[in-house]
Design a protein around this ligand. Sequence first.
Ligand code: ADP
Ligand code: ZN
Length: 624
Amino acid sequence: MKSFCFRSFPISILGNQPDPVQAILHNFFGYDHFRGFQREVIDHILAGNDALVLMPTGGGKSLCYQIPSLLRGGVGIVVSPLIALMQDQVNALKQNGIRAAFINSSQESHEVGAVIQAVRQGAIDLLYVAPERLLMDHFLDLLSTLPIALFAIDEAHCVSQWGHDFRPHYLGLSLLSERFPQVPRIAVTATADEPTRQEIIQRLQLQEAQLFVAGFDRPNIRYHVVPKNSPKQQLLKFINAEHAGESGIVYCLSRKRVEETAEWLTEQGWNALPYHAGLDKKTRQHHQDRFLREEGVVIVATIAFGMGIDKPDVRFVAHLDLPKNLESYYQETGRAGRDGLSSNAFLTFGMEDIAMLSSFIDQSAAEEAVKKVERRKLNAIIEFCELASCRRQSLMHYFGDQYAQHTCGNCDNCLSPVETWDGLEVAQKALSCVYRTGQRFGAVYLTDVLLGVVNDRIIQFGHKEVSTFGIGKELTRTVWRSVFRQLVGAGYLSVDLVGHNGLRLTEKSRAILRGEIPVRFRKDPVKPVGCTTRRTRKKVAKGTGKPARFKQDKNQALWDALRSMRTQLANEQGIPAYMIFPDRTLEDLVETRPRTLQALGDIYGIGVNKQKKYGQAILKVLTA
Ligand code: ADP
Ligand code: ZN
């Protein structure tokens, strides 16, 4: 058992609550209930134990170490690789009246000195540091002279050498258990596959730690996948219908496409900004700041954007190109709806994506074993796109999560069940065409052969003479395209790129060619629509970013007034609007219309500090 001591708080903060943990949640953070197993983790750490916490993005990992840091004596040290984010995290804590600070390489030495001074004086409850700083000898020496509440290791998967975010300095963190055996350690991450988990435990010396694993489901995110026709138009239609005035992230594969899409969305009246590695650092920073600080900004980005973006009110994440695997897809879509409110993940997907990503794999310098894993992962995401059943169930299954339901009621396939059709004969035609033409051509060419198109290439390769020439005229080009995609998705064809982006038969193809198994294809939407469902939780009136649930003008007016008050307060302090209050707080205010300072204390997200700081301003708006 490690050291265990409670800090004493002024009565005014803890109120007359008998339960200090609950009191902190309410009075500092303005929340009334713990989510999932937050409370269990907190109690476990308070009792001086170690923990490894796996929770999805937005699950509420931070409270698991913030509350014990406040309650245990000494300063809580939070190790984070995301220097750019520390400032924001600290600002958000300060808004709640919590004494937080950070030390990283962005600071001048006198600033660092001032923070260290404050820490020495016991005036800081939470200190964020980058691992390279923590591991410096003089810093460790300093720490050994101080009472320390806990070590929290954020983004713990960064210790994994096989993972996508490896940070060499994280390897050094194993020394914490040796140097500070009395101090509880809590490692948290949203990346949870078994090998990564084992690596974290081993490298961070967490063998004794209790493992807390949350379900990885993000029930408030609705998944949509549509066949790619004209991706920009599809996106526009979707966001105009569901997200007017709200903020979101649009991912594209190339810089060029990012630029084009941002420009085009701007022409269409959206506040869209590009973000990619080709922009100079200042511009990138500026665009990121605007995204964080302003309301209703859409960032169009390559995957270079997003790591550590903590904005809670991102209402949609759209992919105009296929991500390279489900891990990336889930991580990127997970940036939507951290606040728990309904959000959308929207993906357009076409054969060209498969070809492009496959060629990336083939051309990369990686070892064959690595390429093999990458190919398998690519196949898994293609399969996900072509699903006719619940997408959430498939995602949860992929990530090894228990998910007993067969339908989630909140993905495109659940909301408008997909029609399927008997496709054995068509599949046989497609596969024989692949075979007859030598297993080296892509879907576009194969479709031409099946449709009996006479063009230079077909003549050049002598394919006017093959037996499958012209045998597929009963289907349109679009349907053939969908058929080939689905055959790849289900593993009956593989994209083999040596040379020609060609499709090849697989082990599984034989069963179809022999007619041994039934084949059903999903019917793509008749019209290439952006959104496959009209049943939306929240319709938003164009241009205002207001939830349409406010049917009465009175509510709308109040929402607008509260939102502009929030913007003004945020501008005065130079911080993002969501840091003043999240949307949920504004919704709560509109719905319950509290009249007194005391009643404000019961509103979601309003703790004692915000009540004191902004209470009068809110009441003024509410009673105007
Ligand atoms: P994670 O680090 O797991 O991605 P955060 O700790 O940033 O998630 O929490 C996501 C959001 O949920 C934050 O805005 C946080 O304040 C909020 N939150 C966390 N726990 C609760 C809770 N028990 N009740 C209400 N909101 C919560
Ligand atoms: Zn579903």
